[in-house]
Design a binder for this molecule. Structure first.
Ligand SMILES: [Zn+2]
Ligand SMILES: [Zn+2]
Length: 270
């Protein structure tokens, strides 16, 4: 942890770095781990499983906790072991044979450099919001294309639709091409915007959380779509409709692209 003199504190406060610099300094003490070629894979799979497992636990508890039914989009559905295990196996298999070699190649071409300064708070927020909006637009275009062209759907996207009632571990149950495309959109935006490594980490955590929440099958009062005003965010209720109807709600998070293209369908069927 760093110590700052008064003038340094003034500068840090002014730039909104005061809260981020101690966090960044703390992370930089683990520089060897963060700069390891294995870090992106360890970080992604740990974050993904960390977000999935509480929902898996809720699904296991559901028969003994009737109160959970009111938060389930499909109250009588719980994934079976026959549904959970292939998802788990597919995720670990793809991380080993696809994500790990890709990140090793990326690391070899541009090893991670950790600047001493944390990003400015407002810059971080701006970059995360831009990255989410860009990711949403890119995946919307990819998704529409892979539903409208039957060959693309059959070959690359059908696998993700195997579970019509979705559950958290089904989030990354997808073909290698779909996972690669999502990873590419994820990476290209942070690179184009020149995001700080801390911003990249925070964006990845938020992106993984939102995608798991989309597939969780649980609509809680604190779900993201209930916190974002004006119906701007579709979230779990909208993505569940995509999984059951196939022809609506192609954007993963926000609602504006589906509104513009007339493919928006609300959970109330309006
Ligand atoms: Zn999905
Ligand atoms: Zn789809």
């Amino acid at each position: 942890m760093s110590c700052y003199n008064t003038s340094e504190l003034h500068v840090l406060c002014g730039s909104g770095q005061l809260f981020l610099q101690p966090l960044w300094d703390c992370l930089r003490t683990r520089e060897t781990l963060i700069q390891s070629p294995f870090f992106p894979v360890i970080f992604s799979i740990t974050t993904y499983m960390g977000f999935c497992l509480p929902f898996v636990a809720l699904d296991i508890l559901r028969p003994w906790v009737p109160a959970l039914r009111r938060f389930k989009i499909h109250p009588d559905f719980s994934p079976s072991a026959q549904q959970l295990l292939p998802c788990l196996g597919q995720t670990f298999y793809q991380y080993v044979v696809l994500v790990l070699p890709t990140t090793l190649l990326h690391w070899a071409s541009s090893p991670a450099l950790l600047p001493p300064e944390a990003p400015e708070f407002l810059q971080l927020v701006r970059h995360v919001v831009f990255c989410l909006l860009l990711f949403d637009a890119e995946f919307f275009a990819w998704h529409v294309l892979h539903h409208k062209v039957p060959w693309l759907y059959r070959t690359f996207h059908k696998m993700h639709h195997q579970n019509s009632s979705s559950f958290a571990l089904a989030t990354q149950y997808m073909s290698a091409w779909e996972l690669f495309s999502l990873g590419f959109f994820d990476l290209v935006n942070v690179t184009l915007l020149g995001c700080h490594p801390l911003t990249v980490m925070i964006f990845h955590v938020i992106n993984i959380w939102l995608s798991v929440e989309d597939h969780s099958g649980y609509d809680f009062p604190w779900s993201t779509h209930r916190l974002v005003p004006f119906g701007w965010f579709g979230g779990v209720a909208h993505h569940d409709l995509h999984h059951s109807h196939f022809n609506c709600n192609f954007a993963p998070y926000f609602t504006h692209w589906d509104k513009i293209l007339g493919t928006l369908r609300s959970a109330q069927g309006k």
